[in-house]
Each structure stands twice: as C-alpha cells, then as structure tokens.
Write a protein that binds this ligand. Structure first.
Ligand code: NDP
Length: 331
C-alpha cells in the first residue's frame, strides 16, 4: 500500500510512520500547509516527496491511501478530497467538528466504494481486547458499570491548539472523551444513550475545557463513569468493568503503548490476566491493509468514528447546559 501523509503531525512522527512501514506500507509523500515544514518533515522521516497541496497529493497515481492527522477542523475537506480521488482513508479522531460533517465523510466513502477507517487505537490494544473477551465469555456476569480513568498530563510539546483553539477542535472532550466513547462501545457492544457532565479549565485550557467528568446510561441499564483531563500528572489511567459475577481492573491501559496490568476478581479470588502486547497502531494499520485487500473491516470503521464523536459532543453539550443529553447519532 502506498501512502500519503496528510499532516506533518506529532502522531505521525511518533507512531504512525513506524506503524505504516512495519505493516508493509510505503510512504510516498507528505502534505503540510507549510512547504518548508513539510520538506523538513520529509527529510527527517525519509519520505521522498512533500508539498502543500492536498489536491496534488490525492491526484498522484502513486498514492493508494491517505492518513489524515491534521488538526480536527481540516479532516473534513481533506477526507472529501481524498475520497473524491478514489483513495482509501485512515482518518484521525475526532473525524470532524460535527456529526453531520463526520457522517458526510463516511457516506461519501461508501458511495465512492473506498475503505474509510477511524484511528481509534485503544480497541486495537491487546489489553482492551482481553477485557472484551472476559466480558463476552461471561466471566463477570451481567455488566453493571464501567469506570474510565483517563486523566493525564498533556505533554508540553502538545500544549498548542489542543488547549487554546476551539476553531481547530481543541479541548479534552474531542481529544480524549472520543477515545473513551469508542472503548465503551467496543467493550459493551452498546451505544451510550444519555449523558450528564461537568467540565472545567483547571490550569491549561484557554477558551476550551481541559477536564471533564461525565456519567452515561447504556441501553442495557449499565452505567458509565468517565474522567478525562490534560492536567493530572500523577493520576494514572485505568479501566474498571463491574459485573454481577466479577470485576475487571485494567490499570495503566488508557495509553498509546501496549502496557498495563489486568486483574479479574471473582468469588474464586484474584487472577492476573495475560494479553498480547502487539503495537496498537500497527494493529490498526494491519487491519486497514487487510480491509483494502477484501479481508474484513478496519478495526474502527467510519461509523465507529461518527458514534464516538456523537458521544463526545453530547458530553460537551451536557456540560455546557447542565442538562441530561440524549446522544444524537445523526439518524
Ligand atoms: P500536531 O499539533 O502535532 O499536528 C497537527 C498539525 O499541526 C499538523 O498537521 C501540522 O500542520 C501542524 N504543526 C505541527 N507542528 C507544527 C509546528 N511546529 N508549527 C506549526 N504547526 C505545526 O497534532 P497531533 O499529532 O497531536 O494530532 C493530530 C491529529 O491526530 C488530531 O486530529 C488528533 O486528535 C489526532 N491524534 C490521534 C491520536 C490517536 O491515538 N489516535 C493521538 C494523537 C493525536 P501541517 O500538517 O500543515 O504541517
């Protein structure tokens, strides 16, 4: 698969270039709004071509697929341009700034017949898959509740648009709550129904929230408690799933790397749970390549990206209004 990177981004530099190449992908060009930054990025990462034009990149017959990792407000026009040119699309979360826009991207890809995936890496993690298997195998009985702890410290090099630009899609809700929404959907197989929330700017956010706590109701009646933040250096991350017959404690697993421990607690006692420590992003790329080859779907589809965004936007609306908000998945 020959890839164009749309976005000379940190996530591409830190994780995705390696993941694409490890899975047999060839990166043929990078697009940056700044020709100079693009050229420097291309030189650093041994990418043959760079340029400032998305149109030129997607018109390149040597490009099969694009990976979009620009700031959030740019995903929509860039994805639509790639889809119109018949390219496969792996798009970063949040897919767009609104459900209508995200849905239009996914529908455009369906109409054009190109694979479109959302880069939700957590569902690609061996740890999250092990938790999903425990639930599916009935090891904790009926799921009563989930608690997600995803309050971290935003690294200094990322303290730009995420903390000060509503126009670029900043804020912890579009950044991290979308991931947690996808995790909950992946683990339970259910779409959150109603949310209540509180948000705050607790030291980093300028015009956007940097912390949020929310409670969600699932169609089964299960409850979800979710906490995301950019300002918590020592909180650690985790995921708990509590059922009628047991509880799962997964500590340190809300992360980009295959780390953390899982423990299952039942009437029989406590037992550690092993999991496959494969690279999360590599797995997303492997599934994407397979989907293009006609073998199954991507790890997270476009509709998964629409739904995670719908939950995140409901959380923000609930925090803004103080009201309980039914998640609008856009019909
Ligand atoms: P960055 O801030 O690193 O990059 C975003 C854009 O900012 C780039 O496309 C680039 O524009 C511009 N940019 C980068 N460096 C500079 C600079 N030094 N000066 C000026 N502009 C610069 O963002 P991230 O990589 O953190 O995030 C990009 C996207 O990926 C977002 O949508 C985010 O939500 C998502 N993401 C997803 C993750 C996941 O695990 N799935 C993890 C992290 C991010 P240009 O391309 O025009 O050069």
């Amino acid at each position: 698969m020959r890839w164009a990177l749309i976005g000379a981004s940190t996530i591409a530099a830190q994780y995705m270039i390696r993941a694409l190449r490890a899975e047999g992908g060839e990166i043929v060009r990078v697009v940056s709004a700044s020709a100079e930054r693009g050229a420097a990025f291309a030189a650093t990462h041994a990418i043959p071509l760079s340029g400032a034009s998305v149109e030129e990149a997607v018109a390149d017959p040597d490009v099969d697929a694009v990976y979009i990792s620009t700031t959030n407000e740019k995903h929509l026009p860039q994805a639509l341009a790639a889809i119109a040119a018949g390219k496969y699309v792996l798009c970063e979360k949040p897919l767009a700034m609104s459900i209508a826009d995200a849905g239009s991207m996914v529908r455009a890809a369906e109409k054009r017949g190109v694979v479109f995936a959302t880069n939700h890496h957590l569902r690609c993690s061996g740890s999250h898959r092990a938790v999903q298997s425990l639930i599916r195998d009935g090891r904790i009985g009926r799921v009563l509740s989930l608690r997600l702890h995803h309050a971290v410290h935003l690294p200094e090099n990322l303290q730009g648009w995420r903390i000060n630009s509503p126009a670029a899609g900043g804020g912890v809700i579009p950044d991290i709550t979308v991931h947690d929404a996808d995790v909950v959907r992946f683990l339970t197989g259910e779409d959150p129904k109603t949310v209540v929330a509180r948000m705050a700017a607790s030291g980093l956010g300028q015009g956007v929230e940097d912390s949020v706590m929310s409670a969600w109701t699932m169609p089964s009646g299960a409850m979800v408690m979710s906490h995301e933040s950019f300002t918590h250096p020592f909180a650690g991350t985790g995921l708990e799933v509590h059922g009628t017959e047991g509880s799962i404690f997964a500590r340190g697993v809300m992360t980009q790397n295959p780390v953390g421990e899982i423990e299952l607690v039942t009437a029989a006692g406590r037992e550690p749970v092993a999991y496959d420590p494969h690279d999360l992003y590599g797995e997303a790329v492997r599934r994407f390549h397979a989907a293009v080859a006609g073998h199954g779907g991507p790890a997270a589809t476009g509709w998964d990206g629409v739904k995670s965004l719908a939950v995140a936007l409901a959380v923000r609306e609930a925090a803004l209004t103080g009201a309980a908000v039914d998640v609008d998945y856009g019909g």
